[in-house]
Design a protein around this ligand. Sequence first.
Ligand code: PMP
Length: 324
Amino acid sequence: MGTSAKALDAIKKSLNIPSRYPDGSAVELRKNLANFNNLNMNNIICGNGSDEILSMFANCFAGQNDEIVYSEHGFLVYPIATKAAGAIPIIAKEKNYKANVEEIIKVCSNKTKVCFIANPNNPTGTYLTRDELITLRQKLPINCLLVIDSAYAEYVEKEDYTNGFDLVNKFENVACTRTFSKIYGLAALRIGWAYASLDVIDYLNRIRLPFNINTIAQNAAIAAIQDQAFIKKAIQHNNTWKHYIEKELINLGINIIPGVGNFVLAQYNNIEQANNCYIYLEENNIFVRKVSEYGLADCLRITVGLEEENIYLIKMIKNFIENN
Ligand code: PMP
């Protein structure tokens, strides 16, 4: 869906001020986030993409000899952030491509300082319900911070889902991250944020570099929040076309891991078929994501595109299946 026209306009208007430093505290952006989400701005920190904030969590709360836990097919920034912090990555098994509370608890110890959960997860698209997250929080060691990474929250319309804000309000040792890179279409500008207790935000601010989000990004994000009509349209578009891609792939004999993000995880008969389909699509100017680093070598992650792109995608996968 690209980017909101209003956000693009704010970007253009910000281009004449590069000689000035940005607002290091991102006050206007935090105010807008707080107003829109009905939160207190003092509980919000902004980052250079949510990647930066995820890495700040690892650096702040874990170090040598500490452990950070995440699930088997979890988002790949978690191992990067864990290792960069000098901590030990601990991987919990999943069941049916979904994070599993019992398995996470099984691998925790008194050294476990952070638990990262992407909800929904990239690349599987699966999610833990609110009740499952509460059970996870209650069973995790009390000194282990639960970081709920809700990068795709806007796309999820399930009643048993929470973006995590209510859990941050309920438990001091839960934090939640969000991003402008997905539904807001501002990935290139690198803007993410976190909602957490005042203590957690204070710790993060102690290691945050002073000017981590540039002015253009801050202004674009503010304009993007204010254009909720664009977000509504993007949600509707995603619902329609994700369903279309899933249905067509199933008709072509390709398995789908049922997910709730803005992408489809397509599971092929075997690794060779997935790789060959990837190459065929690439030759035809369709760029999907190989996910072998996630332990999913027989799968491809396909992001929902524009109407004509989705139709072309299915046409090309059909050609591939018929000729292979
Ligand atoms: N979390 C998840 C689950 C993601 O998929 C991504 C982007 N791939 C991010 C966080 C990071 O987003 P960004 O740094 O662009 O805010």
